[in-house]
Design a binder for this molecule. Sequence first.
Ligand SMILES: C[S@@+](CC[C@H](N)C(=O)[O-])C[C@H]1O[C@@H](n2cnc3c(N)ncnc32)[C@H](O)[C@@H]1O
Length: 437
Amino acid sequence: MALMNRETVSRFTAIKQVEATIDRILTEYPRDVTSTLSPSEVHFFGQSVDLRRLLVMKELYRLSEDVDRVYTEHNEQNRAARNDNPSSLHLEAYERSFKEINEMAGRPFGRGQVRRFLDLGFAPGGVTTWLLRSNGSALGTGISLSLEASGIQSQVDLQFLARFQQRYEDIRDIADGRATIDSGAFDLVIANAAVVLPEDNVSWNHRVHLVYAQLLVAFQNIAPGGSLTISLQTRPFDWVVDVLTTLRQSFASIIAVKPKLHAKRSVTHVVCQGYMASSDAECSYVERIRAGIGYLKQASGAVDAPLGGTANLPRISAPPNQVNLEAQVQFVAELLTPVWKRQYTAIHEHYQEVLRDTHERGPTVPASNADAVGSWRRQQTAVVQPGGSGSSNWRNRATEQHGSGQRGREHRTTGSGDRSGRSGGMTTDLSWRRGQH
Ligand SMILES: C[S@@+](CC[C@H](N)C(=O)[O-])C[C@H]1O[C@@H](n2cnc3c(N)ncnc32)[C@H](O)[C@@H]1O
């Protein structure tokens, strides 16, 4: 690693130096980056300057002790001002975030346009609250893990409970047919379930399994013409590309948006409208997702193991011999470029603030707007400074730790992966995983 190391990063006092280093790394040492990527990402790396710049920016930010210090201080402040009810803060943040997603998608989900919705991973209930408030006669069903299983409490207001059925089930059980959703076709499905316990060192196959399970339940329960919003990683892993391709084939329109809450994280909300898969196509997708879930349940190796990793994960979008990789790369790069740019800008802005404040005024910069909302569990967990174990190598993900005080560990462990990060969640910049983005 000629330049992408802590020593180089420790010399930065202004964002201009970071920018110049990104340019140098990309010009002189691109192998330092590509050697840490999955084969699928390497393909995109060659195609997209925005992805290239983002990947290096994320890594330098991740390696910065100035940034660590800011997050650590923020963590300590959170602990000191311990909030007894963090779920309510998350509820409001998710509500605002969905309002923003709706706006970015051209406002398809308010003003009475939604009649029946299914919210996968609904608790604490921000998205549901926004939907019930904005659609006066909408009926909803929400599925989340129980409080005991997830540590996350439903906060949906009593006034809405006549129109909202809360169910505590594991979505993977529903996908396996061990539990059912009786109400049939929904005109909106939200797939926002994510593992949120920082102490869980969840393996890549379990995380991908949760995405697959949500996709399967969505296909089985969405009405013709209906919409789906799903949270996905923005790193173009082969399985992410496959899921995006499947969505493009199944909906009249698909866009990827990035609300402020998740600005620094490698996560996007994909908004799909106009469900149009024929019943034959739907059956094929469901069958292939089931095969994928079967594979994921057995997978025990590293994410890039030639036999047990994602390389052999059955594809959903098409049988293996019919996959058109070039077309997929072009479509996915177009879809994700605005999201990659937005993430770069958000990290750049925060890094600039940190460097300015650290080197001009002393470290007083808050971690981020989103981080003003505390973690459900973070306050109970010791802050761990990223150290030597913080290798960003994609190949190390399956063995790396992740947790609330560690930036950027979660997704790297998953192969749904993210090597940079501070602050995330499946999808969540809200910072029960401040460290991931
Ligand atoms: C980021 S939170 C979702 C926030 C929520 N959409 C809102 O608007 O407030 C993730 C949710 O996914 C749920 N979850 C995680 N794994 C799950 C599973 N296997 N089955 C059901 N829910 C799950 C968690 O319990 C948690 O409620």
